[in-house]
Design a protein around this ligand. Structure first.
Ligand SMILES: Cc1ncc(COP(=O)(O)O)c(C=O)c1O
Length: 396
């Protein structure tokens, strides 16, 4: 099928929840993807920070192939070796002692909220309220969209669940003022607000959050669904800030392209979940977890994190050079290979024009171009993408 036929099928039969570009991607390798008409693109969006090792990385494909020939699925009523091993690897390389597996970022955050509530009931006399931040994004389930600080995500879903409140990001005073001694159980933040326009937390803010949570006995929950798994140049985003959360959520790149989410917690917190308190049929599926193990070992052994950090610096420096030439670029920001370019003009038109020229990225928060290419990207590939961007900028 060609692009046109696939687009027509989608338009006729698929629920209208996405504003899609009029192409269907059918093949990918590294940083390149091809559409159904055979056109090649440089993919600087990588499935929105999912394909951190590029498309169809051989180690991930091998792991999926091997596991799928042995066992595709069993229930969590039995032990699942790749799941136990992935939990061990995630705990070994983070602050956490235990992992709960699910299938998406929203579910990982839902698990975090549920764990916080049980912890509040067991240890904090029934506290349940989670404070999050304006402009955050935590998912599309009823609880996670209520935690999300964006009106457009919540519109039309009233009545929303109780127990959520938002305060401005990077504002410790506002957070302290919002804490309710009787209700607040924890604080949920992204170390970098990704969907909110690639807004990086100030180090003093995250350290301050840790200190407030320690003083008040609250749980600090980091949503690392987008910043985790090497995206920022370190395995987890929090490592940049010299502090640790009590709970962390992961998804996106964790399964190397297969659906996999995880909620990690320290032992004393994780213990508030017991048998029957939470579950997911597919959570920790053997094939997804085998892919996750391949992602972990490739990220940790292959110099990929270092490459991501170096290429991120190079990318930002090159974008800063463009900023000097194009006055409508307001700011270039990010960490590692999650980079935002805030414009004074409509970013979606730029993203569309880049796609026509063979470069994929997207616009978030209306005016921010978001670049989240594979962490394996090479300097000459960044140069090629930037040449396209420059050409499109020059037409504005
Ligand atoms: C920080 C963050 N949290 C949660 C989510 C929701 O993840 P999912 O779409 O897998 O439910 C996203 C998705 O963009 C995200 O960026």
């Amino acid at each position: 099928m060609k692009n046109r036929e696939i687009v027509a099928l989608t338009d006729k039969y698929v629920a209208r929840t996405y504003a899609r570009a009029p192409i269907a991607l059918v093949k990918g390798r590294g940083v390149k993807v091809w559409d159904a008409d055979g056109k090649e693109y440089l993919d600087f969006l990588a499935g929105i920070a999912v394909n951190n090792l590029g498309h169809c990385h051989p180690a991930i494909v091998r792991a999926i192939r091997r596991q799928s020939q042995k066992l595709l699925h069993v229930s969590n009523l039995y032990h699942i070796q790749p799941q136990s091993e992935l939990a061990r690897e995630l705990c070994r390389h983070s602050f956490a002692d235990r992992a709960f597996f699910c299938n998406s970022g929203a579910e990982a955050n839902e698990a975090a909220i549920k764990l916080a509530r049980r912890y509040g009931q067991e240890k904090l006399g029934g506290k349940y309220e989670v404070i999050s931040t304006h402009n955050s994004f935590h998912g599309r389930t009823l609880a996670t969209l209520t935690a999300t600080g964006q009106e457009k995500v919540r519109a039309g879903y009233d009545p929303l669940p109780e127990g959520f409140r938002q305060v401005p990001y990077n504002d410790l005073g506002a957070l302290e003022a919002a804490i309710d001694e009787k209700k607040t159980v924890g604080v949920m933040v992204e170390p970098i607000q990704a969907e909110g326009g690639v807004v990086v937390a100030a180090e003093a803010y995250l350290r301050g959050l840790r200190a407030i949570c320690d003083q008040r006995g609250l749980l600090l929950i980091f949503d690392e669904v987008q910043t985790g798994m090497g995206r920022t140049g370190k395995l987890f985003g929090y490592e940049h800030f010299g502090i640790e959360p009590d709970i962390m959520t992961l998804a996106k790149a964790l399964g190397g392209g297969l659906p996999l989410g995880a909620m990690l917690a320290r032992e004393d917190v994780a213990n508030s979940f017991g048998p029957g308190s939470h579950a997911s049929t597919f959570g920790g599926n053997p094939v997804s977890c085998s892919a996750g193990l391949a992602v972990m070992s490739t990220l940790l052994k292959g110099g990929v994190l270092k490459n991501g950090a170096q290429m991120g610096k190079y990318f930002v420096k090159s974008l800063e050079a463009l900023k000097k030439r194009f006055s409508f670029i307001r700011e270039v920001r990010g960490k590692g290979l999650i980079i935002g370019v805030e414009l004074e003009i409509d970013g979606s038109k730029i993203a569309e024009a880049c796609m026509a020229e063979g470069l994929l990225m997207n616009c978030t928060a209306y005016r921010v171009l978001r670049f989240v290419p594979p962490l394996t990207i090479k300097r000459h590939e960044i140069d090629r993408g930037l040449a396209i961007l420059e050409k499109v900028f020059a037409r504005q």
